[in-house]
Design a protein around this ligand. Sequence first.
Ligand code: NAP
Length: 281
Amino acid sequence: MAQLIDGKAIAARVRAEVKAEVDRLKVERGLVPGLAVVRVGEDPASKVYVTGKKKAAEEVGFNSWEHHPDASISQDELLALVRKLNDDPAVHGILVQLPLPKHIDAELIISAVKPEKDVDGFHPISAGNLSLGRPGLRPCTPFGVMRLLKEVGCNPSGQRAVIVGRSNIVGKPMALMLLQADATVTICHRKSDLQREVGMADILVVAVGVQELVKGDWIKPGAVVIDVGMNRKADGKLVGDVEFQAASQRASFITPVPGGVGPMTIAMLMRNTVIAAMGGV
Ligand code: NAP
């Protein structure tokens, strides 16, 4: 039976570390890290995420602000808000919650955030730094996965890592971070032979958004399985992208859904904000 990776507990530890750094910054530099979150319109999932982020920001002792323009805000008005936050010295991190309404070009808005304040790690400069192996702000979800692996004593060096999903926010940066940690990396997508690739993974990260797509009996015995997926079933329950029960019979470690990767994403946003407040990596 696999051991559970307790993302909730590990995330609490990360927040406690951030809080200790915040306390030190206050005493030594009179500096309070500031996080501005922009939530456009009334997307219900965004509301839940932003509430969680605000709560964590308060817990670690940040100043935090939520800007909540109506969904009818124009692209130019939103750009003006981002530029105002870019110029505000009390704001060290800016997060524009996605998705944005259809009439707004999300890439344009993300690119307008000052790279030094890009605590989501989605700016092309952040992506470029990661791709080149340079220091920089990293996307929170894969950054959190790296911490989970560390916590369970899983060193990716020399291991075969398979990532299912190639999104810009999870799959691709995850692959680059594991590559940087000297894993041998394979990225899978809709055209891949999933069963074959998954069966070779010592470390498996699945970020697809399809309920239980990865079958438990595909998993290599002893693999470390990280399930990023969050899919809501008709009865309201959250399930991952991996068949949890069957995978638990074969994996050495596995993340539950919920309580695995999700809490880490928010904790690493706190970590990124304190990094940004200290002037970067
Ligand atoms: P996304 O942008 O929709 O990308 C999904 C990826 O999965 C794509 O690369 C797609 O392949 C691949 N895919 C979809 N169906 C597939 C199939 N049948 N076989 C193989 N590959 C398939 O998703 P995302 O934003 O990365 O999110 C993925 C999941 O993670 C979602 O459930 C999301 O809610 C969750 N998530 C969780 C957190 C967290 O904090 N826990 C954070 C972010 C995301 P193609 O490129 O070929 O289309």
